[in-house]
Write a protein that binds this ligand. Sequence first.
Ligand SMILES: [Fe+2]
Ligand SMILES: [Fe+2]
Length: 269
Amino acid sequence: MRTIRIAAAGDIHCSKDTCEHIAAAFARHQDEADLFLLAGDLTTHGEAEQAQVLIDAVRDLRTPVVAVLGNHDHHAGKGGELATMLRHGGMTVLDRGTATFDIDGVSVAVVGTKGFVGGFPGSALPDFGEPLLRRVYAETSAEVDAIDEGLRAVAGADVRILLLHYSPTMETLQGEPEGIWTFLGSHRLAGPIAEHRPDLVLHGHAHSGSFAGHVGGVPVFNVAVHVMNRDFWNFEVEPHARVDLDRAEVRLDEETGLVSSSEQPASRS
Ligand SMILES: [Fe+2]
Ligand SMILES: [Fe+2]
């Protein structure tokens, strides 16, 4: 089975102003990728004309594009409409769902959902008090359940990737003001990752965060374009080359075989 090539980006925030740039970036990367993965915040404010920019950019691609929505895509209250529109435009938009691709005989499963807020030990939202706050907690619970069910459903795939918008770890939030971490992700999202151990976890949302982290030995990357300082990051994933479950630290390239380049973004703009 051959190596699977992933081109990933988060927070591309499409608008009319970025149309030309986005289209050119997709076209430039499509021959070196088996799948494009987009980690949410596809648009600036969740407006249909902004989604249309993305649809126009991917229309002629030969490489499948898989995405989750981000908080920006929900801002106008039209997240569902946007997802439908993008699907009609040829993209696979996952919302608490899975999609499996056969790539030269290798089954590549993507479990995708937005994730949500809630924070991390030391500043985590509890399931207590006002019903409104408890609804926020319950929404994150539903995301956690979806990740668990999705990863359970694709357990037999040769390659398993989890695509999120919000972060499951504080490690990729380093660089963001600690006071807003509660709104950048939740440690509860890490539970099913630690249990099912997908090959790769990608997220965005933390524009000033850090690129690489891990959850219990599973590599996690913040692929927000602001962090990567490039349009896409190319990952190479070896089928069945799972991370050593007992290993305490993520190793990015030759030692795990999961990521082709251990090069770190030089700096953030
Ligand atoms: Fe964003
Ligand atoms: Fe976001």
